[in-house]
Design a protein around this ligand. Sequence first.
Ligand code: C2E
Ligand code: MG
Ligand code: MG
Length: 452
Amino acid sequence: MTDNTRDILPVIENENENRYLYSLKKMADQNMNANLSYLTGLPNLRAFFYQAAEIMRANRDHTFALLVLDIAHFKALNEFCGWDAGDKLLVYISEYLKTYEGPMTAMFHFRADCFGLLVPFENKDELTAIAQNICAKIEAYPIAYRVLPSVGICIATGPEMPISALRDYATMALQTIKGKFYAKYAFFDESMRQQMLLEKQIENEILDALSTDQLQAYIQPKVDMSTGDIIGGEALIRWIHPEKGIISPGLFLPVLEKNGLIIDVDFHIWTKVFAWLSKRLKAGQKAVPISVNISRMHFFDNAFREKLVMLSAEYNVPPPLVALELTESAFLNNADSIYDNLQQLRSLGFALSMDDFGTGYSSMTMLKNQPVDEIKIDKGFIDDIEDDQEQIIVSSIVNMLKALNKRIVVEGVETQAQRNFLLEQNCLHAQGFLYYKPMPISEFEALLDRDS
Ligand code: C2E
Ligand code: MG
Ligand code: MG
């Protein structure tokens, strides 16, 4: 290689690179056209991800934030005012967003009513102002419908932050306020991130927990307070985590309800209960009815009823040995199919138990139409049983439930005073720490064997 060529080579390389970059850009531009919303002309998410990443990386000395905008009940607005009117509103919003167009901004329009705006900023107040302006502009739109915009904001941690994460976090912030007329915008913050990490972790670990038998059924005995006899039990899930120890359902069930895994997890617990009852029955040992909890999510599972019927047949356990606990609000869902499913299960012999009675919106008159055998009075009703007013309320509830011929179980009995008061009301059945805490099945078994 001569000195001459050494001088020339880099030039040729540059030319090639330029050509290469040019064709990439051209491809991207062409793609961009295919990636614009036909209605508003704003880039779709894919195009936005590309543009936003480019902008953030090319302007490393700036801080960026993403604002994600959504209209509450936009579908209803479409129905109410017509799709044309809905489309016009979307175009109006996009026109306003376009006023922010510049070399360091990017925006998107995704699905019907979801918009995003990436902007550089110096002071958080600038972001608040943008969010407020967007909302004010939208609320001022002349339409015969109350338009409720909300904005979620996430500040980028740096130029390399993946745009997908930025969008996820801004959306998460948005979810915390969506549809609330008193809150227009929310910043993504650390607690939301922690919550999200926790949810992701639970999602990642739960399948493993299922397959390695970390999800156990504990049982809390139900007792007859007049004799102290164990008359049944309630199966309560416990996650026996190899590192974290025992995790309470309050921590992980809400996540499973969100992602639908509760369907599998509940089935796992029911199976354990049927298997245990079956074992006791086969061995000719004492068995008492065990309640299982049924998440509302099962109403979206077509196989819900068959699963319970199948378990009863497979394990040869008569349905009266298994009671189904559903929260009050689940009963109040008046879809016919749900009502039919419950009614059929009941006619097969499963007892239906209304859990957490008094925490929802049911009234006594509603109760008379419900296919319910047992009512579990929520702990909240007896927490301050020394209080006169509370005594009046509890005794009236107990009397009315008795008149309606419902079995009553009082949850969360912790003190002798509560016990005495309930016994005075001739309310005998309870579940509470005064008697027993939830325990592993083996301990429950030992209790039953001791009693028999
Ligand atoms: P729940 O069905 O109302 O169960 C009663 C809860 O009250 C249990 O909490 C129990 O440990 C607690 N408890 C009972 N007596 C006392 C007492 O005297 N004092 C106090 N402070 N608490 C008492 P746990 O086990 O944490 O379960 C919480 C909720 O999680 C349950 O409320 C139920 O809604 C749900 N859950 C538990 N296991 C399952 C399951 O396998 N599937 C479904 N879908 N939900 C479950
Ligand atoms: Mg329960
Ligand atoms: Mg309860």
